[in-house]
Design a protein around this ligand. Structure first.
Ligand SMILES: *[C@@H]1O[C@H](CO)[C@@H](O)[C@H](O)[C@H]1NC(C)=O
Ligand SMILES: *[C@@H]1O[C@H](CO)[C@@H](O)[C@H](O)[C@H]1NC(C)=O
Ligand SMILES: *[C@@H]1O[C@H](CO)[C@@H](O)[C@H](O)[C@H]1NC(C)=O
Ligand SMILES: *[C@@H]1O[C@H](CO)[C@@H](O)[C@H](O)[C@H]1NC(C)=O
Ligand SMILES: *[C@@H]1O[C@H](CO)[C@@H](O)[C@H](O)[C@H]1NC(C)=O
Ligand SMILES: *[C@@H]1O[C@H](CO)[C@@H](O)[C@H](O)[C@H]1NC(C)=O
Length: 566
């Protein structure tokens, strides 16, 4: 260790005692994989983004629960962009408190979000260390080309307590992992889809059969799927064309998608561009949600800061007058990498999007009950690690299954319980039924009060895709499950819109309601020790009813549609 914990502690004590500061967030060490290279130079300029407290986040939460819960008088009366802003924008008192603080310290805040809840300030490391009782250091990570600047502890001047929710970058160390468990085979075209017994490969038509998904094109104009992309993955137009020719010859060969880039997001085309994850996500939305417009949104460059990229995504969407009706994301990190204040702020962004009628869908992760720690040395560690954003209660997290007779939970399907978010009311009875099935000698350690995830599951093994120069590959991961579920939701939205009904929006209270039960195949076999761990490594089991491997089960389009129309 290049840098001593004692030194950190001593300088922290000195800084905090010098003035009226309140500890805001601290971690004892950086997450695994990040190595300190020592103090950041005092003169290095930092641009910090600061989250100002919304004026009424509790009101927005109540409103979201009401509009998304079957039986409410305002069920599915989604909010307008202005209504959401009226809850999220900071109060004048909060803005005033921050502005006085800024001017007293010679800082010039710039508003950087449509709802006014984020501002940025630029200042030297020495000043940031001083006013926030921080110790900014440089950290390296094998996936990053440049060291990053972070601190293990950040405090707030007492006059900002209650007015500032997050300062970033400070204690959040996040690097998104695309959720592909393995890339099995890569062979050049032409090649028939191989459905040999040991080489079952999923195609859109196979998912249509399994989940009763129609192949007839959607027609509603105001319905679309947003596929997000991070860390430089760019969805390829020509690879989609090849994919549709191979797997959906019934669809128009020129069916395409839109490309949008924010903050340096890569949307380059060509065989040498990083693309597998993005191709998977786009091919299984365009190819399954027949006729639904798809946009690929690429956010941030190769040297990703996942927390910033997720915030940039929600800030971008907060400014759109018309939202896509479904967003699907196949990247995650451990919940602990974000830290509590950052995870909560990002999660509240999904609350706001859900309230406007967007279904926010994330893959649950591919490390089973152990989060990112899918390493053989972790198999005897029975302290489970939840993933984020999956643990956010305002989105729908998707785990993975395999096989057909019956479908079973796949070993890498991430699931468990949050350490930051308590179990929401819509889920409490599902969770207590699950706890009743746990053996008394169950030796996994997890947080029994936390939000349980995933909510649903779908096939996750050996999806046929076309990538990197017209080659067929078979890709696996909950990365494949999320676009599959997103497509089903978008096709239900199409039917709802075509009869003048509102879209599904935030899904969970409706999904967990007893009237929706017929909409899923309950998955009752399989467990999630991770890809490299085997029984008796502690893990959760799929059981009757909800479980933290496959959630409520896998979706059946026709039954869910019937429930949605009721
Ligand atoms: C689509 O949305 C626009 C803008 O909100 C609206 O004017 C239009 O009537 C909608 N079209 C349909 C078919 O619902
Ligand atoms: C696809 O081709 C059809 C028929 O050739 C044409 O009418 C349609 O405009 C094309 N669509 C796109 C998106 O290019
Ligand atoms: C077990 O995993 C937890 C969560 O990732 C971690 O905090 C802990 O240090 C690990 N324990 C050992 C002995 O590796
Ligand atoms: C368990 O989760 C709750 C939220 O449900 C949280 O308040 C608590 O701190 C967590 N406990 C631990 C040990 O992380
Ligand atoms: C893939 O095939 C299409 C048409 O068959 C061709 O236009 C394109 O250049 C090929 N792409 C790559 C990366 O080889
Ligand atoms: C508890 O965990 C250990 C290590 O993962 C495993 O070997 C053991 O069999 C487990 N015991 C039970 C009762 O599940």
């Amino acid at each position: 260790m290049a840098f001593s914990a004692l030194l950190r502690f001593l300088s922290l004590v000195a800084a905090v005692s010098a003035r009226d500061l309140v500890l805001h967030e601290r971690r004892s060490m950086p997450p695994a994989g990040f190595l300190s290279q020592g103090f950041a130079p005092a003169s290095e300029m930092l641009t910090l983004r600061v989250a100002l407290a919304p004026n009424n986040v509790a009101g927005l939460q109540d409103k979201l629960m009401s509009v998304s819960s079957p039986g409410s008088s305002d069920f599915r009366q989604w909010l307008s962009i202005e209504e959401v802003k009226s809850y999220v924008q900071p109060s004048s008192e909060t803005v005033g408190a921050f502005n006085s603080f800024a001017s007293a310290n010679g800082l010039k805040p710039t508003i950087i979000s449509p709802n006014g809840d984020w501002v940025s300030i630029t200042l030297p490391v020495s000043q940031a260390n001083d006013i926030f009782a921080a110790n900014f250091e440089k950290f390296t990570h094998k996936s990053l080309t440049q060291p990053i600047t972070r601190t293990l502890s950040v405090s707030l001047p007492s006059e900002l307590v209650g007015h500032v929710e997050v300062i970033h970058p400070t204690t959040a160390f996040t690097w998104p992992t695309p959720r592909r468990a393995a890339s099995i085979a890569s062979v050049p075209l032409p090649r028939a889809v191989n459905v040999g017994i040991n080489d079952v490969r999923i195609t859109p038509s196979c998912l249509q059969d399994l989940y009763n998904i129609p192949a007839t094109p959607a027609t509603s104009p105001n319905n679309s799927i947003l596929v997000t992309g991070y860390i430089g993955f760019s969805a390829q137009l020509d690879q989609l064309g090849q994919f549709l020719q191979l797997t959906r010859p019934d669809m128009p060969a020129n069916t395409s998608f839109s490309l949008v880039s924010i903050n340096g997001g890569v949307i380059d085309q060509g065989p040498d561009v990083l693309q597998t994850e993005a191709n998977l996500d786009v091919q299984y939305t365009v190819g399954v949600a027949t006729g639904v417009p798809v946009t690929f949104l690429s956010v941030g460059g190769l040297d990703a800061d996942f927390a910033s990229d997720l915030l940039d995504t929600t800030n971008y969407l907060d400014g759109l007058e018309i939202l896509p009706t479904v967003m699907t994301t196949s990247y995650d990190d451990d919940e602990s990498a974000f830290g509590e204040s950052m995870a909560k702020k990002i999660c509240n962004g999904y609350m706001a999007l859900g309230a406007r009628g967007m279904s926010v869908i994330f893959s649950s992760g591919d490390g089973g009950a152990r989060g990112q720690h899918d390493d053989i040395s972790e198999c005897t560690n029975n302290t489970f690690t939840p993933t984020f954003p999956s643990t956010c209660p305002y989105l729908t997290a998707i785990g993975g299954t395999e096989g057909f007779g019956p479908e079973v939970g796949v070993d890498f399907s991430s699931g468990g319980f949050s350490n930051y978010f308590p179990a929401p009311a819509y889920q409490s009875s599902a969770i207590s039924s699950f706890f009743a099935t746990l053996p008394t000698n169950f030796n996994g350690t997890f947080n029994r009060t936390g939000r349980g995830f995933p909510d649903l599951a779908a096939q996750a093994l050996l999806f046929t895709i076309i990538s990197s120069g017209n080659k067929t590959e078979a890709d696996s991961g909950t990365s494949a499950s999320a676009p599959t579920v997103a497509s089903i939701i978008a096709l239900i939205n199409d039917k709802l819109l075509s009869v003048g009904k509102p879209v599904l929006g935030f899904l969970n209270p409706w999904l967990y309601a007893s009237a929706t039960k017929e909409g899923f195949t309950d998955i009752t076999e399989g467990s999630n020790p991770g890809l490299v761990c085997f029984a008796p490594s502690a893990a959760f089991d799929a059981v009757d009813g909800w479980d933290p491997v496959t959630g409520l089960g896998t979706p059946l389009f026709d039954k869910l549609l019937a429930a949605a129309m009721a």
